[in-house]
Structures are given as structure tokens and as C-alpha cells.
Design a protein around this ligand. Structure first.
Ligand code: G1P
Length: 280
């Protein structure tokens, strides 16, 4: 059995909810305190042992590549000054990983973005992180927990959390049967048998919503190639995963940790306050 090494970050979206801030800056580069959202995601991947970082970018996203690269001019300017320490974290991220990029030229949905990343992933299991879901833990990060679970179950895994019913139309929502596994907290593992992208509350199969952390096996690419546009006319990863769920190959995992929805202003402000207090 080979270990998961690669982590895919779909980062091609327009970030319309943060206009005008995202007019010339990718939403993944918006900072919570002094660190861009994407860097938090990459650090979580590194902690989970995933050092091969694959990023699906798009038009106007070049600052992402510059961020994960050495700026010799900047290094030269601040070398030997008290400001050098500000670069310590990003330097260690750059040293720990390899980064590769591909561009999604048409915005056809998250499923399509993941399929675009196939060229960087190849024929192996991989993780997917949506950087606007910012997660934090004192113990193992969410991805570390999921990688460990994958090593045991060898199938697709989605991270889920309980939501209040009125929010179901913002998420992929799952349903299934509890897996009894004494290593895990009661009810934290579900063998998925249904999943719906952004259902209205009356149509939601449960209150368990997918958050932006996935482990996918490479057969997902073949399924995605056949997946027709779904909700919003986009190719949805939720629809592709439903096909895998029908043959028992998807587990939903109620993770340990805190998650902020930084894809909207309220969640972003909450995350900022949380990390500010934590830093103090
Ligand atoms: C995407 C997925 C959705 C998932 C969510 C998690 O939606 O399509 O199933 O629940 O991420 O953040 P988006 O937030 O891109 O609209």
C-alpha cells in the first residue's frame, strides 16, 4: 500500500463574495492575520506528511506562485535585520514542499477543477483542500486524521460536520450508516450511501455537511469524466462521489477540530478573531 503524498488545492474561483478585495488578488491569498488562507492549508498538508503540493489556478492567480517561491530582492533587503524572522514560516514551507501548477481555463465547477488537477496527481490517492475552509486543532490536524483513516479503510473520505438545517443549501450533504470502529468516537464514521449538493432544508438527507477536506482515490477521475453538470450547471465532486458511494467506497468522518468558513465575510472575521486571540 502506498502512502498519500499529494495534496491538491483547487484555487481557480473568482471569489466574488469578497469583491472588490478579490478583483486583483486571489481569494486564497486573503490573509487571516499575516498569513494567506492558502498557506494555512499547505501547512496543514505538510503536518499530515503531504509534501507534494498541486495547485489548480486560473486567470489572475499568479501571486500564488510568487508566494511559494523565494523573493531574492526581499531576502536581500531584510537579511541581517530584525525583520528577517517574518519570513521564517514561509521559508520552511517552501523548503518542505514541491509545488506544481496547472490552470483551469473554464470555470465549470469543483469537480471539473479536480479533474483538471489529474495531470499533477496521476494514478495515486490524494487529498483535496479547499483553502477557504480554514481548520485548526491543538492535536492532529484534520488532514492528518483523514490520512490515518485512509490507511485503515483505503477508500474516499469526506470530512463532515453537523450544521443547522437552514444552512444545508451551502454544502454537500451526506447520509449513510454508522460504522462501528472502537478506535474512533461513537458515530464519527459513516459509510455514505447518499449525498446531495446544496439541497434545500426540506430535501437534505441529514444535517451532516461536507467541509473542504477530501481524500480521493484516483478512480474518481474516470467518474468525473462521465459526470454531467449538476447543481448550478457545474460539474460537482459531490455527484461523482455519489457514484463511488453507491459501491460503498466513501466514508464520511466527523473530524476533531474547529473549522471556519472563510468563503464568507462572517466566517472570515470569526477566523481572524480566533487566530488573533490565540496568538496573543
Ligand atoms: C464546495 C462543495 C460542497 C462543500 C463545500 C465545502 O462548495 O461543492 O459540496 O460542502 O465546498 O466548503 P463551495 O463552497 O465551493 O460552493
Amino acid at each position: 500500500m502506498s502512502k498519500i503524498k499529494k495534496c491538491l488545492f483547487p484555487a481557480a474561483g473568482y471569489g466574488t463574495r469578497f469583491l472588490p478585495a478579490t478583483k486583483a488578488i486571489p481569494k486564497e491569498m486573503l490573509p487571516v492575520l499575516t498569513k494567506p488562507l492558502l498557506q494555512y492549508g499547505v501547512e496543514e498538508a505538510i503536518k499530515a506528511g503531504l509534501n507534494t503540493i498541486a495547485i489548480v489556478t486560473g486567470h489572475g492567480k499568479r501571486s500564488i506562485e510568487d508566494h511559494f517561491d523565494i523573493s531574492y530582492e526581499l531576502e536581500h533587503q531584510i537579511k541581517g535585520t530584525s525583520k528577517e524572522s517574518y519570513l521564517t514560516e514561509i521559508r520552511s514551507v517552501i523548503n518542505a514542499c514541491t509545488f506544481s501548477y496547472t490552470r483551469q481555463v473554464e470555470m465549470k465547477g469543483l469537480g471539473h477543477a479536480i479533474l483538471t488537477g489529474e495531470t499533477l496527481i496521476g494514478d495515486e490517492a490524494f487529498a483535496v483542500v479547499l483553502a477557504d475552509d480554514l481548520c485548526d486543532n491543538d492535536g492532529d490536524g484534520v488532514l492528518s486524521q483523514m490520512v490515518e483513516l485512509y490507511e485503515k479503510y483505503q477508500c474516499c473520505i469526506v470530512a463532515v460536520e453537523e450544521i443547522s438545517p437552514e444552512h444545508s443549501n451551502k454544502y454537500g450533504v451526506i447520509a449513510g450508516d454508522t460504522i462501528n470502529d472502537s478506535t474512533y468516537a461513537k458515530d464519527s464514521l459513516v459509510r455514505v450511501n447518499d449525498m446531495v449538493e446544496k439541497p434545500e432544508p426540506q430535501d437534505a438527507p441529514s444535517n451532516l455537511a461536507i467541509i473542504g477536506r477530501y481524500i480521493l482515490t484516483p478512480d474518481i477521475f474516470d467518474v468525473l469524466r462521465e459526470t454531467k453538470p449538476g447543481k448550478g450547471g457545474e460539474i460537482q465532486i459531490t455527484d461523482a462521489l455519489l457514484e463511488m458511494a453507491k459501491i460503498g467506497k466513501v466514508i464520511a468522518y466527523k473530524f476533531n477540530g474547529t473549522r471556519f468558513d472563510c468563503g464568507n465575510v462572517d466566517g472570515f472575521v470569526e477566523a481572524t478573531n480566533y487566530f488573533y486571540k490565540k496568538r496573543k
